[in-house]
Ligand binder design. Structure first.
Ligand code: FDP
Length: 343
């Protein structure tokens, strides 16, 4: 506790010189996060309106802060040898130094529709091993990640980081402008009584998602036999942080609305890093049909359904997706109140 991010990274790097570039990238991202955090805390006083008229690569409205956060991160990474860079805010992958062992994908400002409501937003990043062709860096499965993390700009600015050896959480000490370790080797509880989903989409979901959420809502009287609490912040980083701190399950499934057949979240710089973090913390992440870390994108801004958090709940949802007859699955003795897999 109290160890600085710099000290933490130094220990990591001394055991293997190949890790030096990873440390450089994480250090640069942390410096960018300090700058973004200061900008956000100024809000309208710093000229941040949360408005914008341009569309990003994926057709989302680009807010003023999205653009500024992207610029800050690119600036911080400028002097570092990186093979390929992918940002949510850019159409194309940028190829830099093809000899570099690492490439990075990032969402400079996730949850940006929350900016002018003074709610938590964040930066998400995924650092991957560069394959023989740098252009293919982001069409690898999520298992090619070397490190991943996210920053939450909330009441505290916190950095969640995995270097592939568990998950650690740092908080920005505003006085010194440095991140300090507050939680080491975070674990996600295997089971939970708290779920997060945008329930207004219920009628558009596939049957297994509807059934699972209905079971949560049925509480003590339903097949899950316990009362659930629901949270929906509408900011992926804030939901993920809550799950790391007190457990839970998050769902952003595919649905029948136009443009949502693969869900909403992006595979490379949202689902992959979150999945890496969840698994490193003992949780799980899945589409309901496949493990997120096994998936490889076919295009840079590909979307994917995401279910993540408590491992037993994610596995239950997977079984519900696999079962052709959800009704019998839900009523089967294994899942009933006194069943083996009651979770
Ligand atoms: P946003 O569009 O505000 O950037 O990344 C997409 C995201 O936020 C997530 O942070 C959040 O979980 C989700 O969208 C919220 O989507 P809904 O508005 O459909 O609930």
């Amino acid at each position: 506790m109290g160890q600085t991010l710099h000290q933490h990274l130094k220990v990591f790097a001394t055991t293997d010189p190949d890790r030096a570039v990873l440390v450089e990238v994480v250090t640069a991202l942390a410096a960018a996060a300090v700058e973004i955090s200061e900008l956000i805390s100024g809000g309208m006083l710093a000229g941040i309106t949360g408005e914008g008229e341009t569309l990003n690569s994926d057709g989302d409205i680009q807010k003023d802060l999205d653009v500024q956060a992207d610029r800050i991160i690119r600036g911080a990474l400028a002097g570092i040898s990186i093979a390929a860079i992918l940002s949510e805010e850019a159409n194309e992958i940028e190829i830099r130094d093809q000899t570099s062992a690492v490439s990075i994908a990032f969402d400079p400002l996730d949850g940006s529709s929350n900016i002018n409501t003074n709610m938590s937003v964040g930066t998400i990043f995924s650092i991957v091993r560069t394959p023989s062709h740098a252009r293919a860096a982001f069409t690898q499965p999520g298992t090619a990640q070397l490190a991943a993390g996210f920053v939450v700009y909330g009441p505290q600015t916190s950095l969640v980081l995995t270097l592939g050896y568990g998950v650690d959480i740092f908080i920005l000490d505003r006085k010194d402008k440095i991140f300090k370790l507050v939680k080491s080797q975070v674990r996600v509880a295997p089971s939970t009584a708290e779920f997060a989903v945008n329930a207004s989409n219920h009628r558009h979901w596939e049957a297994p998602i509807q059934a699972y959420v209905d079971d949560c809502i049925a509480g003590i009287e339903g097949v899950l036999a316990k009362d659930f609490n629901m949270r929906w912040i509408g900011s992926l980083v804030a939901e993920a942080y809550r799950i790391l701190m007190r457990g839970g399950i998050f769902l952003y499934p595919a649905d029948a609305r136009d443009g949502y057949s693969e869900g909403r979240l992006r595979l490379v710089y949202e689902a992959h890093p979150m999945a890496f973090i969840m698994e490193q913390a003992g949780g799980a992440a899945s589409t309901g049909r496949s493990r997120i870390l096994d998936l490889a994108a076919t295009k840079p801004h590909q979307r994917v359904p995401l279910i993540m958090g408590a491992i037993e709940c994610v596995q239950r949802l997977e079984r519900m997706h696999m079962s052709p007859d959800i009704k019998s699955e839900r009523n089967a003795p294994l899942f009933a109140t006194r069943g083996l897999f009651r979770i």
